[in-house]
Design a protein around this ligand. Structure first.
Ligand code: PMP
Ligand code: GLN
Length: 382
């Protein structure tokens, strides 16, 4: 049987395509975003302990109380925001599930969701499965700043949701307080729900503060704020994340979560609850940990013909490769992987309409020094 596809535009994700190509050609994989260093030992010990202690059956649908409480305490510590662990915090199977749930909780067929391009790849398919339409507003192609006038112009009576992501994947750009104030002004008086993807919330550099929507009461009152332990604890394969939203939005979110996954991997919830409770400094040290990697990698890139763009947050380095090649980015990423043994991610798959002539590739620096050194050794030959 040939099904009438619901997602005609969807193929295999660029991350999988490039990772497979990297494996086939023995390339150093700076493509797909994942750390190649160890998870904190304490977390592994707590996970093993949770399994030995018998936490192996369905946990509560909303997440175990200790973890929801620990998340609420973290939000208070980091952003000064009071959230109720019982009515405002839901643990999910990664940020991806939380994003899917939030969209399906509030977006109806024929409605519109504004996404800012380049946008993370799981947004649009979830919008389309809801029968809705993604309305794409491009960020500045160099600075990746938001042009709020263009956002304002994109709003129609059908707009149900607006999605933001800071620190931003793939650029690392961050929203500041003025951005959030402007956004609050734009949304005031509308019934548009905000989805704030903050999975890189603790990976911020140069003393800059992450402007979580949870710091902004007016926006938080209409927002799903989504994060992921995968980024903060170097364990992208564990797939535990969470969504924070006011009680009414959370109630709708949980209706989807309840019948999507119902609940998420119990031992990991216990492990994260223990980590957050006993080692709250972990997330505070993450910025410095990654800043050292970023600075070393950028210094090394100076010996190549790739031009590094600024990286305010996140663990991706964008490079302008126009001194090396005039290939379009998807071709360039494949050429770099196959011919030069370094896997990178092109930006065009993150766009509805990629900016003409953009010559940028994304390199992940969440890697051991040896991995980055091996990549640089190849990149200097370009
Ligand atoms: N949003 C962004 C911006 C991401 O980069 C990622 C993962 N790289 C996700 C969401 C998904 O997170 P998770 O792996 O927890 O599903
Ligand atoms: N979020 C990761 C990235 O941006 C990839 C996750 C995935 O492979 N779906 O690289």
């Amino acid at each position: 049987m040939q099904p009438n596809t619901k997602l005609p535009k969807v193929g295999t994700t660029i991350f999988t395509v490039i990772s497979q190509l990297a494996a086939e050609h023995g390339a150093v994989n700076l493509g797909q975003g994942f750390p190649d260093f160890a998870v904190p030992q304490r977390l592994v010990d707590e996970l093993a302990r949770a399994m030995r202690d018998g936490h192996n059956q369905y946990p509560p649908m909303t997440g175990i109380p200790a973890l929801r409480q620990a998340i609420a305490s973290k939000v208070l510590r980091c952003y000064g925001g009071e959230v109720d662990p019982d009515t405002e915090v839901t643990v999910t199977s990664g940020a991806t599930e939380a994003i899917f749930n939030a969209i399906h909780a509030v977006v109806r067929a024929a409605e519109e969701v504004i996404v800012l391009d380049p946008a993370y790849d799981c947004y649009e398919p979830a919008i389309e499965l809801a029968g809705a339409r993604a309305v794409h507003v491009a960020l500045d192609p160099q600075s990746f700043a938001v042009d709020w006038q263009r956002v304002r112009d994109a709003i129609t009576p059908r707009t149900r949701m607006l999605m933001i992501n800071s620190p931003h994947n793939p650029s690392g750009a961050m929203l500041d307080q003025a951005d959030l104030d402007t956004l609050a002004g734009i949304l005031r008086g509308t019934d548009i729900v905000l989805l704030s993807d903050e999975v890189y919330e603790h990976i911020v550099f140069d003393g800059r503060r992450h402007e979580s929507v949870l710091r902004h009461p007016e926006l938080a009152a209409r927002a799903y704020v989504i994060s992921s332990f995968g980024k903060t604890y170097h364990c992208t394969g564990w797939k535990i994340g969470y969504a924070i939203a006011p009680p009414a939005l959370t109630a709708e979110f949980r209706k989807v979560h309840q019948y999507n996954t119902f609940t998420s991997f119990s031992p990991a919830q216990h492990a994260f609850a223990a980590m957050l409770r006993d080692e709250p400094e972990h997330d505070q040290q993450l910025g410095a940990f990654y800043q050292a990697k970023r600075d070393r990698f950028r210094e090394q890139l100076l010996s190549t013909r790739l031009l590094p763009l600024p990286v305010p947050g996140g663990y991706f380095q964008l490079v302008d490769y126009s001194a090396v090649s005039d290939l379009a980015d998807a071709e360039f990423a494949k050429w770099l992987t196959v011919q030069h043994g370094v896997a990178a991610i092109p930006l065009s798959p993150f766009y509805a309409t990629p900016p003409a002539g953009q010559r940028l590739a994304r390199l992940c620096f969440a890697k051991n020094e040896a991995t980055l050194d091996a990549a640089i050794e190849r990149l200097v030959k370009l």
